[in-house]
Design a protein around this ligand. Structure first.
Ligand code: PLP
Length: 414
């Protein structure tokens, strides 16, 4: 479900015609529908209502302040992975008791910052990290609540780079070591072992790996006698990027809820992509159409891998559609950016109406891991982020300028 639809051949976001936004703001830009964002949050809430979970939106997927604030105002917490995300989480008014903090590489200063802010839980990813948290808490004369992130050794069917729950990955701790941690809890005098956390990967389109991982965790709990207060079952729910259909939140809930129904744990979910992915698009303009001697056609557009990295990094597929549909014959194009890399593309071999320079395309499903992965590569300013909110398209983050490119830098003379 999303709010990007054609009306009389023109792409709309909610009730706003995308070409009108182009006229006012130029391209490229990210465009989000707040209604879609909040609709997705409601769908997860509804699907898992029996468990009454705390839904901690995963900020790494999209840390736009306006969108995060809206989610927090609707009752969500936040899943963070850095001191920077903690800073932004507090800026949007997220109560610390709704913040959970994962990451395999929390530095001591990030740990101190999170202890001082009294977040709900650290999701601990290694024994050295646990020791570090314990000693930081001791110095601050505090006792902090943590969940141990289990690596259940389950490999979901998704891109290798976004698989996190298989044994050879850097994430989480194996069951045997987790048991040792709980058995030796008195070694960590300034830490309370409050729960377990499991997150097996992202863009998982089938419910079965979620239940497989959860069954392993529950069997472990029963065997080891651990009594967690919190069980964080992570995120990873996939979305539709193209013709293939991902499982609905309700399908995933149907696989998970029966396993947890009779358990006393407080449940946390950490969805990112499911909430944001189809809530945003990247709008870009065709600069040139170029044909090589073999007849292959490139539509060179004004957004590239620095704006949306997913196609280049993961060979990820995103639907690409014209912002204004014309009655024209079609052709096959590689939609490529201006960056000096052959891997700089948004879509390959796409059949589209015959493209002409100046017309705009929308890269669909760009709301998650889009802007948050954008960079200034090739000294390109990052695009604006525009949100349709209360029936208006409003700039939530302005496009960067050339001045932004040199912020913080100085020329040192010999
Ligand atoms: N939780 C953790 C620990 C993660 O690492 C991630 C992302 O990989 C998420 C939640 C969110 O995943 P997704 O955006 O697929 O829901």
């Amino acid at each position: 479900m999303h709010e990007f639809n054609y009306r009389k051949n023109i792409l709309y976001c909610e009730d706003i015609a995308v070409p009108d936004i182009v006229k006012e703001h130029g391209t490229p830009f990210y465009l989000y529908s707040l209604k879609t964002v909040l609709g997705h949050l409601e769908r997860i809430k509804e699907a898992f209502s029996e468990l009454d979970p705390l839904i901690c939106f995963s900020m790494k997927s999209n840390s736009n302040l306006t969108l995060c604030r809206a989610l927090v105002s609707s009752g969500a917490g936040l899943d963070i992975v850095s001191g920077g995300e903690l800073y932004k989480a507090l800026k949007v008014g997220c109560p610390p008791e709704r913040i959970v903090y994962a990451s395999v590489g929390k530095t001591v200063s990030e740990i101190r910052q999170a202890i001082n802010e009294e977040i709900l839980l650290f999701n601990v990813e290694s024994v050295p990290e646990l020791i570090m948290i314990d000693s930081a808490a001791k110095k601050l004369k505090r006792k902090v609540d943590v969940a141990i992130r289990v690596n259940p050794d389950v490999t979901p069917e998704t891109h290798d780079y976004i698989t996190t729950g298989s044994g050879e990955k850097k994430f989480g701790i194996d069951f045997k070591t987790v048991e040792e941690i709980f058995d030796n809890s008195n070694k960590y005098s300034h830490v309370s072992l409050k729960g377990l956390h499991v997150h097996i990967g992202s863009q998982i389109t089938d419910p079965s790996p979620f239940s497989e991982a959860l069954v392993k965790v529950l069997e472990f709990i029963d065997k080891s006698g651990i009594e967690p207060e919190w069980l964080n079952i992570g995120g990873g729910f996939g979305i539709d990027y193209g013709p293939e259909r991902a499982a609905e939140a309700a399908d995933i809930a149907a696989a998970i809820v029966p396993l947890l129904r009779d358990r006393p744990y407080k449940i946390i979910l950490e969805p990112g992509r499911f909430i944001m992915g189809n809530s945003g698009i990247l709008v870009t303009k065709v600069i040139y159409v170029k044909t090589n001697p073999s007849g292959k056609k490139f539509a060179i557009v004004d957004a590239g891998m620095n704006d949306l990295l997913r196609p280049s990094l993961y060979r990820a597929y995103h639907d690409i559609v014209p912002v204004s549909q014309r009655d024209a014959s079609s052709d096959i194009y590689d939609i490529v950016g201006p960056i000096c890399e052959s891997g700089d593309y948004l879509g390959l071999k796409r059949e589209l109406q015959e493209l002409i320079p100046g017309e705009c395309l929308a890269v669909m499903g760009a709301g998650a891991y889009g802007f948050t992965m954008a960079s200034n590569y090739n000294s390109r300013p990052k695009p604006a982020e525009i949100v349709v909110i209360g029936g208006q398209a409003r700039v939530a983050r302005r496009a960067e300028t050339h001045r932004d490119l040199i912020r913080g830098e100085k020329i040192i003379l010999p």
